[in-house]
Design a protein around this ligand. Structure first.
Ligand SMILES: CC(C)(COP(=O)(O)OP(=O)(O)OC[C@H]1O[C@@H](n2cnc3c(N)ncnc32)[C@H](O)[C@@H]1OP(=O)(O)O)[C@@H](O)C(=O)NCCC(=O)NCCS
Length: 216
């Protein structure tokens, strides 16, 4: 794994998250206004990426509005989407981020066999989804693996995350499932029979990826 940004301390000596993160080839940093059009092109304008990731299909003008108002695009406090940028040439590749599951959030679409695996099983634990989407032309270079390793370490070591829980579709050659395996997630079945009710993977069985912080 590449280098990570150093943490820093505020004037009260409280550890605060330090961004950007740096890996061998990448920078992970908050998005800025100037990323908006390229981010849209990479993750929403391409149906391969959009349908696998979010299904959000609004026009660019609407996305601009969403970008301005939706906190998930601004990673305040370290949680939310970060821009994955190639150091060489400053090229935006896509996004990756840690999205917190909020108390009371409906996560019934993920139904693991063991109730202890469910989000919220420990109400005191900080649990997140590791979310990611790279532009199609940036697949196959190991960028998501490299970014994922840095973000997982950042979440566990700097943000107090205890578990990362991802829903994923089981599909032949599904890149997201492969990525989770490379990142060390334990994969369990999603017993919810209606995991996906729309989109190109409609009716596909679901799986759940779980990565827990190891005790020190
Ligand atoms: C999920 C996603 C980010 C994975 O991208 P990816 O390119 O498959 O994953 P990586 O960036 O880790 O690259 C791994 C591939 O690069 C290859 N690679 C090349 N150079 C490499 C290097 N230096 N280091 C590691 N891997 C390298 C690996 O062999 C692997 O190839 P393979 O897929 O042929 O086995 C991408 O497919 C995507 O954005 N999908 C759409 C969005 C989505 O599905 N989101 C998740 C919804 S659950």
């Amino acid at each position: 794994m590449g280098k990570r940004a150093h943490h820093c301390e505020d004037e009260l000596g409280v550890r605060v998250p330090a961004l950007p993160l740096e890996t061998e080839r990448l920078i992970l940093r908050p998005f800025t206004e100037s990323d908006v059009d390229e981010a849209y092109r990479l993750v929403y304008a391409d149906s391969d990426v959009r349908e696998a990731w979010s299904g959000y299909s609004a026009a660019l003008a609407e996305f601009r509005e969403r970008f301005a108002t939706d906190p998930v695009w601004h990673a305040e406090g370290g949680f939310g989407f970060l821009a994955a940028v190639l150091k060489e040439g400053d090229q935006l590749l896509g996004l990756m981020g840690l999205q917190k599951y909020e108390p009371g959030e409906d996560t019934s679409f993920m139904l693991p066999e063991d109730p202890a695996d469910a989000v919220g099983a420990d109400p005191d634990a900080t649990e997140v989804e590791l979310t990611y989407a790279l532009g199609r032309e940036h697949w196959g270079h190991g960028y998501a693996t490299e970014a994922g390793r840095a973000l997982i370490a950042y979440g566990f070591q700097e943000l107090g995350v205890q578990r990362i829980v991802n829903a994923v579709i089981v599909h032949e050659r599904h890149r997201s499932l492969d990525l989770m395996r490379r990142l060390g997630f334990r994969i369990v079945k999603n017993l919810n029979p209606e995991y996906l009710t729309a989109g190109p993977f409609k009716g596909s069985p679901g799986a759940i990826g779980i990565l827990a912080k190891r005790p020190p």
